[in-house]
Design a protein around this ligand. Structure first.
Ligand code: PHE
Length: 420
């Protein structure tokens, strides 16, 4: 299902610009209070009734895979940054009319890759015009530290703080870890990485509609994906909805027989620009999930592998190069089913969190295989199939039985459900 490796190539025209790239901006320039060091503050929130971080999620805070040279997530983040600092920068320079008297060398790409994942609800939702009843505000979907602080569920959470710092010569990239409570399968994990970008334009009298912004956005993203995959990759655009962009789109690429949704983007909502003091500017933004494209580019079959400490995983990659993943363990999977009567406050994301935690992440996938409503009592039961597979060693039958038995107990205790 995954793409064979298609190495990105840099043409000579692009190489010329590598040396003109400005160094990374220091993140403290925009928000000194929001550096990764404040992760130690997690303890101060622990007793708050809204605190819902699992110990698994806590253990990932500060790991910053996107900053670890040689890690595939770092490599893909690096390549996207390189694309924007070379090919895209050149496009931005060429687009300036001859009479614009700014110094073209001042045009630069700013990268913010050390912003703390602890943000306020205001940054993550309100600032971005999320309606109050939007599903992702729900504690079943999001990790909260208290009633105002949370783990960002997208890197777009920093958009409003960054917009006012941008001159019209700058493009901002924001890279970091994001957190969402979610299902268990080979491509979902409660922590993953995103790269967001923001580009602003000065509003000019000849730019009466958004057409030029959409065109610039699509050209930039088309170029980025061809740079990462190959010139021949099939791309399609699908209309989408995000509260903070309009119009909005998703890009899908055709990989191994399937259309894969890989990024969301659109024209920044004018209200966001006026809220941030940039009323007379327009702009585009996009956000891309790094795990999904990294899995395609490197042929990595399971998202859990990104967190592996196994030297057989970590030592096989070369910094900043896309190389095909060589599987080092081909353990068979086995499954066990579990059925229980649910109640009104039952939420499947709570179940998934317990399964991840209690099986030491041996659960590769969990699927709801049956639901049943008792004709007399009207009680509803769910039956889930848990697929077990270790990424590193063989799981014996006894080990799987032990995991499953423990899980049964924990589910009853923590979810207050009744086993069937
Ligand atoms: N934040 C969106 C997501 O996580 C992606 C996005 C970013 C869409 C910027 C539009 C603009 O899906």
């Amino acid at each position: 299902m995954l793409l064979p490796r298609l190495g990105p190539s840099l043409g000579p025209g692009l190489r010329r610009f590598l040396h003109t790239v400005k160094p990374h901006a220091v993140d403290s320039e925009i928000n000194p209070a929001s550096l990764s060091s404040d992760l130690s503050l997690v303890d101060t929130y622990r007793s708050h009734p809204c605190f819902n971080l699992s110990s698994l999620v806590e253990s990932k805070l500060g790991k910053n895979l996107h900053l670890l040279s040689g890690h595939p997530i770092h490599t893909v983040s690096y390549l996207i940054q390189k694309y924007f600092k070379t090919a895209h920068l050149e496009r931005m320079r060429q687009a300036l009319s001859a009479d614009e008297s700014i110094n073209k060398a001042d045009i630069c790409v700013k990268c913010f890759d050390r912003l703390s994942p602890i943000v306020t609800k205001f940054q993550n939702f309100d600032n971005l015009l999320f309606p109050l009843d939007h599903i992702s505000r729900n504690p079943t979907d999001t990790y909260y530290l208290d009633d105002t602080h949370m783990l960002r569920c997208h890197t777009t959470a920093h958009q409003s703080q960054i917009i006012p710092t941008l001159s019209h010569r700058e493009l901002a990239l924001i890279v970091g870890d994001v957190y969402r409570r979610d299902t268990i399968d080979h491509c979902h994990y409660p922590v993953f990485h995103q790269l967001d970008a923001v580009r602003l334009f000065d509003q000019r009298p000849d730019m009466s509609d958004d057409g030029y912004i959409v065109q610039d956005l699509k050209e930039a993203l088309d170029g980025m994906i061809r740079y990462l995959f190959s010139d021949s990759v099939k791309i399609r655009w699908v209309d989408a909805y995000f509260p903070f962009t309009h119009p909005s789109f998703e890009m899908e690429i055709f990989v191994n027989g399937n259309w894969l949704e890989i990024l969301g983007c659109g024209v920044i909502h004018p209200l966001i620009l006026s809220q941030t003091g940039c009323k007379y500017r327009r702009g585009w933004a996009f956000g891309i999930g790094l795990e999904r494209i990294t899995m395609s580019l490197f042929n990595i079959p399971d998202i859990r592998l990104f967190w592996s400490e196994d030297p057989r995983f970590k030592s096989q990659f070369v910094p900043e190069k896309v190389t095909p993943f060589k599987p080092f363990s081909n353990q068979p999977s086995c499954f066990k089913d579990i059925s229980f009567w649910i109640h009104d406050s039952y939420q499947s994301n709570d179940l998934f969190e317990i399964i991840r935690q209690e099986t030491n992440e041996m659960a590769e996938a969990v699927t709801l295989i049956d639901t049943f409503r008792h004709p007399v009592t009207q009680r509803e039961s769910h039956c889930y199939r848990i697929h077990y597979r270790s990424m590193h060693s063989t799981l014996t039958n006894e080990q799987v039985d032990e995991l499953q038995n423990n899980l049964r107990q924990q589910i009853v205790e923590k979810l207050k459900v009744e086993l069937r």
